[in-house]
Write a protein that binds this ligand. Sequence first.
Ligand SMILES: Cc1cc2nc3c(=O)[nH]c(=O)nc-3n(C[C@H](O)[C@H](O)[C@H](O)COP(=O)(O)OP(=O)(O)OC[C@H]3O[C@@H](n4cnc5c(N)ncnc54)[C@H](O)[C@@H]3O)c2cc1C
Length: 498
Amino acid sequence: MQPKSIVIVGGGTAGWMAANLMAKKWRNSNIDITLVESPDIGIIGVGEGSTPQLKAFFDKMDIAEHEWMPQCNATYKLGINFKNWSTKKGFEQYFHPFDSALDLHTRKKFILNCYGRRLGDDVKTLPNDFFIAAYLAKQNLGPHANSNFPFPVNYGYHFDSHLLGKFLCDKAIELGVEHISGNVTDVALHLNGDIEKLSVDSVGWLSADFFIDSTGFRSLLLQNTLKVPFVNFKENLFNNSAVIIPSPSSNKRPPQTTSTALKNGWAWDIPLTNRTGNGYVYSSDFCSSEEAEIELREKLNLLDSDVEARHLKMKVGRVEQHWAKNCLAVGLSQGFIEPLEATALHLVQETIEHFISAWDKGNFTNTHAAAFNKNINQRFDGIRDYIVCHYKLNSRTDSEYWQQNARNTKTSGSLAEIINVWLNREDLAQYWEQSTQAKSYSVVSWHCILSGYGIFPELNQKINTQAMSVNMDEVHQFLSQCSRNFPDHTQQLNNLLK
Ligand SMILES: Cc1cc2nc3c(=O)[nH]c(=O)nc-3n(C[C@H](O)[C@H](O)[C@H](O)COP(=O)(O)OP(=O)(O)OC[C@H]3O[C@@H](n4cnc5c(N)ncnc54)[C@H](O)[C@@H]3O)c2cc1C
């Protein structure tokens, strides 16, 4: 049953990640992998933040940081700093960390304090005070400790997506992937509905046993040819547009993404080694592209600058089946949940890895396709819930956009249940344990968003003694002492050049 050939259409980050992972997996078999990329259409060229999953990708590919990071102007990312999403006093800003083994003890104290605060006790609950990533980010320290400190810290990256695509292209070619520059202009099907071959303007017809659709929002094979339906998330994720303006790199290069809520959406700030990536993600139902551009320029102090802005449309949702017939969609062609938590490449990687294992296990048949699709759908829906939570719980009143988000009742049952459990002072960890959908994010992340927004009842006079037992001086001392073992972020980036 072993296939002889796979054709990947699309040379964006998704297509090249698929090419690398598949070429590595099947390097000792006789499967030919070809990637066709349009010389005319180009890649979307945004998407510059990641989760720690991207580190797992490079580890799996045996690619060291010094090899790829300088080539992609990459920096380290310890988490996301959320600004102005909540207007509650003391909660105008919070840090969502990638938590690490080193957080073992302080994490428990954080959860205990969140519980105490839910009971009405006046205790500290901002994640900023409990996680090593937050301590390091605040001091501009990188994630690699000195060699005398044997506790690794979890982290992701920021990178230039064009350069990453180029890097991954070269790597895939080294692994034996054939690269064709050409436009797919037609698709021929077998009688059973499988894809038979593609017409490529530069080389003619190209047949294969299996096809990967990485054609971005176009979804040429899966949605356009195989007619797999798209499930739109617009009823609870309003944003459908973005405007992007780069700015000069700051000397500090903070090892974190900053996400600032604006009038009709939010803006990202991603520090690379040579520039800062900025973008405003908004809903065109609430403001025009000109208004969004002016608001972003004002924020960046670039109102009078002639640096060009790029405007993009986003299709937010997912396909019903990611793997249909002899085709798998990967990347924007399978769906996109807006970039607030930088999860797109995370899902790309999960999709490819789960597909490889399901296809392999089924002896290269569709035996496990239904289970695979269910699993990936759950991942998408779980991430969607976490993102929707940011909008649903906002307390801003400065625009109709934020007020409609807060009034929105079209949230999933799973998200409504999490918020109820929290507000009813029940055990969130126990609920999380039983829920499949909520597991797309860790129970710590759920605590971070709910406490970071200040979703708590009024303070009581009566003090809960259990929560009082958390000694914040001890927590502070522990994290400060740990952080002394981590060199400066810029220094760590410079070390990669040596
Ligand atoms: C505003 C915004 C911000 C984002 N931020 C993040 C982030 O912080 N983190 C993150 O992980 N992700 C982010 N993403 C998502 C990220 O950009 C994408 O997941 C990633 O770039 C992968 O894109 P892709 O490869 O699926 O598609 P694309 O980059 O669009 O590539 C599509 C490819 O298909 C080819 N193609 C199309 N049609 C044809 C044809 N007929 N014949 C041949 N080739 C064809 C094109 O030439 C191109 O090579 C963001 C997305 C947006 C819109």
